[in-house]
Every structure is written in structure tokens, then in C-alpha cells.
Write a protein that binds this ligand. Structure first.
Ligand code: KIV
Length: 301
């Protein structure tokens, strides 16, 4: 993406690889520094994912994430005014009860700075998706391994491996597009199923553990950068760095320098001017206080 261009929902929606577009790049981010890093790297979209439950809030799953969590983190991401499109996840139980609630919670995310929302599920969500799109709220769908369904799925398992399940997922994708989704995330599905969906729908598919045929890819920020200590690496993740280990190593050096009084150095300290230091020294001497060895002459620049 060019430095000056802001990604919009219509621009994103037009990016079908079969129509000659380059694959779209999406990554999660949950705060201002993360959003700035992702934007500087030139990604097309930032997903304020409810994966923040696992990556930054310390929960075991995404079910504990609330709308307040999502709003606060979406605001933080939006504050850096990224060129990338910002999409916010609708947390569990914010789009399940009624259209009124769904619209209310989605509006909170748009007001927080998202350009669109993402929600999980197939045919059972189409009424809500239609209500959202009719209210001018762009919706990204999410099919396959949908983490908010972990209890129903019996864990995080690759979906649509069997024929009937694959056919159902393909049909769900069609229904989501019919309901108004401008894009669909395909998570944890066989590459052939993702390829069929990508060929059949005219909106971009964004894969995560869904093979190479999708119109784009998404990964979790902390997975790409290796920011989670001792975390297992799922098969579909490519880790581009090991920042957590490097951070431990850096902080270990910091701790050592503090304990051995190597930090802070004179250059890292503020100093009195020579004249103020001398006057202070004389005044303390007059008052009978001991002269400290802490008078370092020379004013700061
Ligand atoms: O919350 C999230 O990070 C996601 C991606 C894994 C697609 O939904």
C-alpha cells in the first residue's frame, strides 16, 4: 500500500486476486504502538481482534472479552490514524440476542474508530448482518474455526474436513455475501475448501490456516513477532521474529546494569550548572551538612 493512501472498505472489497489484485495483508493489533508498527509495515488492514483475550488480557479464550475491552482497544488503535483499514471484532454475545443490541454494540465500535466490524458464524447470523449493513455498518464475516464457538466445537479444531461440512461452509459463505458481508475470514479450513469459497464469492476471502488460495492472509501480531513466551506455534503460523525472547534478554541486561550501578551513567543523568552546584555546596557546608560527592559540574546542553 502506498504511504499516502488510506484503505477503505470499498477499496478492500475490490481486491479479488482473480481480478488481478495483490493478496491483502491483515494483522491484528490491540494498542497504539502495535497499530503504528503494523501501519508502518504497510499492511492493508488492522484487525482489533478479540484474540486480545489470549494475547494481551491473559484469558484462556476469547469468550471473556467484553464490548468495553473492544471499545478501549479500538480507540487506542484508531488514535494513530492508520492508513490501514481498521476492523473491530464483535465480542461473544453482542450479536446473538437481538438486532437492536447488535446495532448498539456495533455502533460503539464504529464510534471508537473502526471502519467495520467482524463477527463469527454462518447462516445463523445473516439477519444480524443484513441489519448492520442496512445501518451502514460494513461487516466482515468469519467462517470455519470460529474461536467463540470453542465449546460447541469441543476445542480449536480444523473445520469442514468432511464433505457435508465443506458443502455447508461453502453455502454459508454465499449466504454471508448475500446478507452484505464485504469480506470473509476463513479460519482453520482445508485449503481446497478455501479455494472453492474464494472462487465462488465476489468478495475477498482472508485466510488464517486456510491455505494459499485466499485473497489475503491474516495473522495474530503476537504470533508473527513471537511475543508470547512459551507459547506453542500452531502449524499455520509463520513466526518472523522472537521478540519475547529478545525482550527477556534486554530486560535481563537492564536489571544487571541497575544492580551493578552501571545504569544510569553520567550521560543519562541531569546535572546542575557548575555555578549552582558550587553555590549549593557552599550553602550546605555553611549549614554544617556534609558535602556530597554527587555534585557533578557542567550544565546540561
Ligand atoms: O481475533 C482474531 O484475532 C481473529 C483472527 C484470528 C482472524 O479473529
Amino acid at each position: 500500500m502506498s504511504e499516502q493512501k488510506y484503505m477503505t472498505v470499498p477499496l478492500f472489497r475490490a481486491n479479488k486476486v482473480r481480478a488481478g489484485a495483490n493478496p491483502l495483508v491483515m494483522v491484528t493489533a490491540y494498542d497504539a504502538p502495535g497499530a503504528l508498527i503494523a501501519d508502518r509495515a504497510g499492511v492493508d488492514a488492522i484487525l482489533v481482534g478479540d484474540s486480545m483475550g489470549n494475547t494481551v488480557l491473559g484469558y484462556e479464550d476469547t469468550l471473556a472479552v467484553t464490548i468495553d475491552d473492544m471499545v478501549r482497544h479500538t480507540q487506542a488503535v484508531a488514535r494513530v490514524r492508520p492508513h490501514a483499514m481498521v476492523i473491530a471484532d464483535m465480542p461473544w454475545m453482542t450479536y446473538h440476542v437481538s438486532k437492536a443490541e447488535t446495532l448498539h454494540y456495533a455502533a460503539a465500535l464504529i464510534r471508537a474508530g473502526a471502519q467495520g466490524v467482524k463477527l463469527e458464524g454462518g447462516r445463523q447470523r445473516t439477519a444480524m448482518i443484513t441489519a448492520l449493513t442496512e445501518a451502514e455498518i460494513p461487516v466482515m464475516g468469519h467462517l470455519g474455526l470460529t474461536p467463540q464457538s470453542r465449546n460447541v466445537m469441543g476445542g480449536y479444531k480444523v473445520q469442514a474436513r468432511e464433505l457435508d461440512d465443506a458443502i455447508r461452509l461453502i453455502e454459508d459463505a454465499r449466504l454471508l455475501v448475500e446478507a452484505g458481508c464485504f469480506s470473509i475470514v476463513l479460519e482453520g479450513v482445508p485449503d481446497a475448501v478455501a479455494m472453492v469459497v474464494t472462487e465462488l464469492v465476489d468478495v475477498p476471502t482472508i485466510g488464517i490456516g486456510a491455505g494459499i488460495s485466499c485473497d489475503g492472509q491474516v495473522l495474530v501480531f503476537h504470533d508473527v513477532l513471537g511475543l508470547l513466551l512459551d507459547a506453542p506455534k500452531p502449524k499455520f503460523v509463520r513466526r518472523y521474529d522472537n521478540l519475547a525472547e529478545r525482550a527477556v534478554e534486554a530486560l535481563t541486561r537492564y536489571a544487571r546494569d541497575v544492580r551493578t550501578k552501571v545504569f544510569p551513567s553520567e550521560e543519562e543523568s541531569y546535572h546542575l550548572s557548575a555555578s549552582v552546584a558550587e553555590t549549593l555546596r557552599q550553602r550546605l557546608q555553611k549549614e554544617g551538612k556534609e558535602e556530597g560527592s554527587y555534585f557533578v559540574s557542567g550544565a546540561d546542553e
